[in-house]
Design a protein around this ligand. Structure first.
Ligand code: NAD
Length: 497
């Protein structure tokens, strides 16, 4: 059976479907079966140029930035409804293109995406011009003259043409964290997804047409680093919203510097879970096993570095190992699969190299470490646990993006916090402890964008900001101030009397 939307053979530019200028197409594989699901159009810089021109024209002259917020909210509501109407098709596409399990489709791969659109609509509805206090400003020319009574109104403008460049792992969610906030406040967008997941992005062009988004407001091109670097350097672009690796994030900062773009970066992580001696070790171990294996470890904010008090370390390791035994690794099309495949053979080879490195550096392999024997096809890898890992070793410092967890022992809270912060990353974190006040104190000391105490809240918690310290990023998405990144404040001053 063919996978929905994988017959799309054109790019979406200026409200039209156009063949890639290069005539180049690339096969996209289902990572669980290795079957080719479609031939995706590959954009080149000529297509990127047309997409930027369309977005620029739509922003400078088109209706979208000039509509009222209420009108754009209504369009976004239609966009959400059209997406929901295609739910079964979109879920089938996500399963085949990125190996999304049913569990994750109910959560961040699909269900959470609808919540994101609703949340952005709510935030946009709350944007109102702000009247500042009335004050007397002294005359600069004559300090003895009476000043001027006046005030200012602060309004929010869209930033302009936004480029969204996204990672492959949660393609619909990540694309929507660009599309929804950028468009709702009046920006025009050029979206460039990962070359590994082109169809999930191109599908959004079909939804945009159905929802009546005007031409040029949303442009979707594909392609790789050549297109990415061109669009992040182009002077017609005002902002880049990027989700991906720290290395590419750093390249984007450099590429965009000379044209002084606004840059929002959501990057990688090597997030810790600290397990204190008084913790519920069963709960912590169970959560740890789910964390580092979720979507086969392909998650930026997964907890993968377990800093565990030495008095409970053996029990923790046993619990994680036992829990891993219950996690079914297999085709995400099967409803009880928990751990699906890695995205590609290259991603699996990289994970295998990390195992080799972990052993060379003295880590003790507790579980996994190889391809599952029962799966002959697909880019699967066994959930893999290492104990006795040195926090300075490669395995504890580098982002694997495969299902590997590492356990590191500690004796004092100070040591645990110091090791947690001894990382180039700072995206997420967790602390398990019966002493909630102590855990809260430790959470404040962690140099990371969020900390979940005893598991935190379930699922996507959009009301709180999300983003990184250090090499995990610049800026925040979600939370009450999310739309600030996509707007510019303008103060309009006026005299009174
Ligand atoms: P990647 O950095 O390899 O690629 C991301 C995107 O950047 C792709 O679309 C790619 O084509 C593009 N790109 C590559 N070179 C470029 C260049 N020079 N200029 C502009 N664009 C360029 O990331 P990936 O392998 O797709 O995804 C995994 C990474 O994404 C991990 O590091 C993960 O932690 C991170 N991630 C972060 C978040 C977050 O919210 N913080 C969410 C998901 C994934």
């Amino acid at each position: 059976m063919s996978v929905p939307f994988t017959n799309i053979s054109e790019l979406y530019i200026n409200g039209q479907w156009v063949k890639p200028a290069s005539g180049h197409y690339e096969a996209v594989q289902n990572p669980a079966t290795e079957e080719v699901i479609g031939q995706a159009p590959v954009a080149g810089t000529e297509d990127a140029d047309a997409a930027i021109a369309a977005a620029r024209e739509a922003f400078d002259k088109g209706p979208w930035p000039r509509m009222s917020m209420a009108e754009r909210i209504a369009v976004m509501g239609r966009f959400r409804d059209c997406l929901v109407a295609r739910e079964q098709e979109v879920r089938a596409l996500l399963q085949a293109e990125v190996g999304a399990s049913h569990l994750l489709l109910n959560g961040p791969q699909f269900g959470g995406v609808v919540d994101i659109i609703n949340y952005v609509m709510q935030l946009a509805g709350e944007i109102k011009p702000k009247t500042m206090e009335v004050t007397v400003t002294p005359s600069l020319i004559d300090p003895n003259a009476s000043g001027l009574l006046g005030s200012a109104i602060v309004v929010k403008d869209p930033v302009g043409v936004v480029v969204g460049i996204s990672a492959y792992n949660y393609p619909l969610l990540i694309n929507m964290t660009k599309l929804a906030p950028a468009l709702i406040v009046g920006n025009c967008l050029v979206l460039k997804p990962s070359p590994l997941t082109p169809f999930t992005a191109l599908m959004l062009g079909k939804i945009a047409e159905e929802a009546g988004i005007p031409p040029g407001v949303l442009n979707i091109i594909t392609g790789g680093a050549d297109v990415g670097s061109m669009i992040s350097a182009d002077p017609r672009v005002d902002m880049i919203s990027f989700t991906g690796s720290d290395a590419v994030g750093a390249a984007i900062l450099a590429q965009s510097a000379s044209t002084m773009k606004h840059v929002h970066l959501e990057l990688g992580g090597k997030s810790v879970m600290i397990v204190r001696a008084d913790a519920d070790v069963q709960a912590a171990g169970g959560a740890a096993a789910f964390n580092f294996t979720m979507h086969a470890g392909q998650g930026c904010a997964l907890l993968t570095r377990f800093i565990v008090h030495n008095s409970v370390r053996a029990q923790f390791v046993e619990t994680v190992k036992a829990t891993l035994g219950f996690l079914k690794v297999g085709d995400p099309a099967e409803p009880d699969t928990i751990v699906g495949p890695l995205i590609s053979e290259a991603a699996r080879a990289k994970t295998e190299n990390f195992v080799k490195k972990g052993l060379e550096e003295g880590g003790v392999l507790i579980a996994g470490g190889k391809r599952p024997e029962h799966l002959q096809k697909g880019f699967f890898f066994e959930p893999t646990l290492f104990d006795d890992v040195d926090n300075r070793s490669t395995l504890a410092q580098c982002e694997v993006f495969g299902p590997i967890g590492v356990v590191i022992g500690f004796d004092t809270d100070e040591e645990a916090v110091a090791m947690a912060n001894d990382s180039n990353f700072g995206l997420s974190g967790g602390i398990y402890s019966a002493d909630k006040a102590k855990a809260f104190e430790m959470a404040k000391q962690l140099r990371t964008g969020d900390v979940k105490l005893n598991g935190g809240t379930a699922g996507l918690y959009l009301q709180a900001p999300f983003g990184g310290y250090k090499r995990s990023g610049i800026g925040r998405e979600f939370g009450p101030n999310w739309l600030d990144a996509y707007t510019l404040e303008k103060a309009i001053h006026y005299p009174i009397g």
